[in-house]
Each structure stands twice: as C-alpha cells, then as structure tokens.
Ligand binder design. Structure first.
Ligand code: ADP
Ligand code: MG
Length: 152
C-alpha cells in the first residue's frame, strides 16, 4: 500500500502543503478528504484552491453540497456530509468527468459513486494546531503526484 504522511503544526503549513498539491493537479483529478469536524478538510481545500489559481475565498459548501470556482482549472468543491442516501445521485459524474478538479469532503458517505482512482487524504486532529495528514494514492496518476510532492 502506498501511503505518505505529512505533519503540520499550523493552519498555514496545511495551506502551504495543500497549495503545492493544487499546483500539480490536472483536469479530472479527484481528491477525497476524510477527518472529523474541525480536522482541517475545508482549510486544506482553501490551500488547494490557491494552488489552482483561484482567488475567490473558498468556504464550506455544506448547505449547497457542491460549489464551483474558476481558476487555472475549475474546482468542484463538494461537502457531502448532508447527503442522506449514499446512492442519491446529485449528478456527481458530470463533475468527475468534467474539466476541473474535484475535492470531496466526507467522501466515504458516497463511496459507491466515486471513481476507483483517486487521492484519498485523511486528516487527524493531534493537538490544538497539530494535524497528521495521510495521503493514500489509488492509481498510477496519484502515486506520481504524491512522489512529486514528497520528492522536494
Ligand atoms: P473541517 O472542514 O475538517 O471541518 P475546517 O478546515 O473547517 O475543518 O476547520 C479546521 C479548524 O482547525 C480551523 O479553524 C483551522 O484554523 C484550525 N486548525 C488549527 N491547526 C490547524 C492545522 N495545522 N491545519 C489545519 N487547520 C488547523
Ligand atoms: Mg469542512
């Protein structure tokens, strides 16, 4: 199993790491984010958005499920926490097959609808400002991305 770990001690470090990931992404890339409330999923997405050249402020899409931002590539930011039925199809495929990058918070809740290949990211709350970020790439594309981030 391929697994990469990054430890962060401040929100800024998380933003910076996520920005680096964002700058390496390509159309149709899929990132899933897991972690308890307050673990830093939305913070991570903000950094990633910056790396995609998005200047608008990214906020949690909790009440809308999906928000779209324009940048070097579009970002489709989903928070599926409030999806009641894991098979409920809200047109996710159109995003996965679109020209942008998709980030899904609480992705496990719609696991059945997710493409197999993706970069699974888990955030663990280890202290006030400490987080452990685990990246598990599934598929060659995402293994390459992780190797690139961690080679520098
Ligand atoms: P989630 O989307 O997982 O519920 P948020 O990103 O909305 O989490 O909230 C994370 C909170 O934790 C923010 O208030 C953020 O400032 C804070 N925080 C503290 N330390 C960190 C860190 N190292 N990385 C990310 N967020 C952190
Ligand atoms: Mg969130």
């Amino acid at each position: 199993m391929n697994q990469f770990t990054f430890k962060t001690d401040t929100p800024e470090q998380t933003l910076e790491f996520a920005e680096k990931l964002g700058s390496l992404l390509q159309p149709k890339d899929l990132i899933t984010l897991e972690g308890d409330l307050g673990a830093g999923k939305t913070t991570f997405t903000k950094g990633l958005a910056k790396g995609l050249g998005i200047t608008r402020t990214v906020s949690s899409p909790t009440f809308t499920i999906i928000k779209e931002y324009k940048g070097r590539l579009p970002l489709y930011h989903m928070d599926v926490y409030r999806v009641e039925d894991s098979f409920e199809d809200l047109g996710f495929d159109e995003y996965f097959e679109g020209d942008g990058v998709t980030v899904v918070e609480w992705a496990k809740l719609i696991e059945e609808q997710l493409p197999k290949d993706r970069l699974e990211i888990k955030l663990f709350h280890e202290g006030d400002l400490n987080r452990r970020i685990e990246l598990e790439p599934i598929g060659k594309r995402y293994i390459d991305v992780c190797e690139e981030i961690f080679s520098k």
